[in-house]
Design a protein around this ligand. Structure first.
Ligand code: FES
Length: 242
């Protein structure tokens, strides 16, 4: 199991500078883009959050059962607990420290892969299957969303070309299915209650409100969404996948 200090390769009496430095080095070394795994990336991130939140190292669970961000993905504002307070404290510290490198982590998966492999958005092990399939980074991977950045903006910062048209919440071209965690949309949108209840969100205006999310992008042809799409040609810089 180990302590969060072990995960970061630190002594238990490491000072703040050493913790930040170790986190930066470890998170870079285990990032999936650099040959690491998503599970290891999340373990390092959890360890750093656990230490900076001031939690007891003995309560750290490397697999994410320690009351940290991994177990708090519902987006609910109810039942606030001590661990919620810890996380809020951690988030505040991260916001006040622009060099901390922390931001919501989004694991993404292309719906084209889900369709072609006969998987379903409701498969409980959807992302485990994606991990095992060893897909290319365009189809499956991790990205970190920066403060006040929408999911679409983050994807584009990583060099991805996810679909969009209006970029203002007026169509469904940029829709994603949120499988875990949540994206908050600041304005009312074209999406009806049925779609939002099914986890559909608009990436062009959606900002993460949970530390970890799992989303499927490229879902604009799903039933209920196709009729909400706008022809990409109406927008000079629109990006369509079809
Ligand atoms: S691109 Fe139109 S709602 Fe996002």
């Amino acid at each position: 199991m180990g302590s969060p200090y072990d995960v970061l390769g630190l002594d238990a009496d490491a000072d703040e500078d050493a913790i930040v430095q170790a986190y930066r080095e470890r998170v870079k070394a285990v990032h999936p883009d650099h040959g690491g795994s998503i599970a290891e990336f999340k373990r390092v991130r959890r360890a750093y959050e656990h230490i900076t939140a001031g939690r007891d190292p003995a309560t750290f669970e490397a697999d994410g059962l320690d009351g940290g961000s991994e177990s708090d993905q519902s987006g609910s504002t109810e039942s606030r607990t001590a661990s919620d307070d810890d996380r809020a404290k951690s988030d505040d510290e991260a916001e006040n420290d622009p060099e901390s490198g922390l931001g919501p982590t989004v694991e993404y998966l292309d719906y084209a892969v889900v369709e072609s492999r006969g998987w379903s958005l409701t498969d409980e092990d959807l992302f485990e299957k994606a991990e095992a399939a060893d897909l290319g980074v365009d189809s499956h991977g991790l990205l970190v969303v920066e403060s006040r950045e929408t999911l679409l903006e983050a994807a584009e910062r990583y060099g991805f070309s996810w679909p969009y048209a209006c970029r203002g919440g007026a169509c469904a071209n940029c829709a994603v299915a949120v499988v875990e965690g949540d994206l908050e949309m600041p304005v009312s949108t074209v999406l009806d209650d049925d779609l939002t209840d099914r986890g559909v969100r608009l990436s062009c205006i959606g900002e993460p409100v949970t530390d970890d999310l799992k989303i499927v992008f490229n879902i604009e042809h799903l039933p209920g969404l196709a009729e909400l799409r706008l022809p990409a040609e109406q927008f000079g810089n629109a990006r369509a996948d079809d």
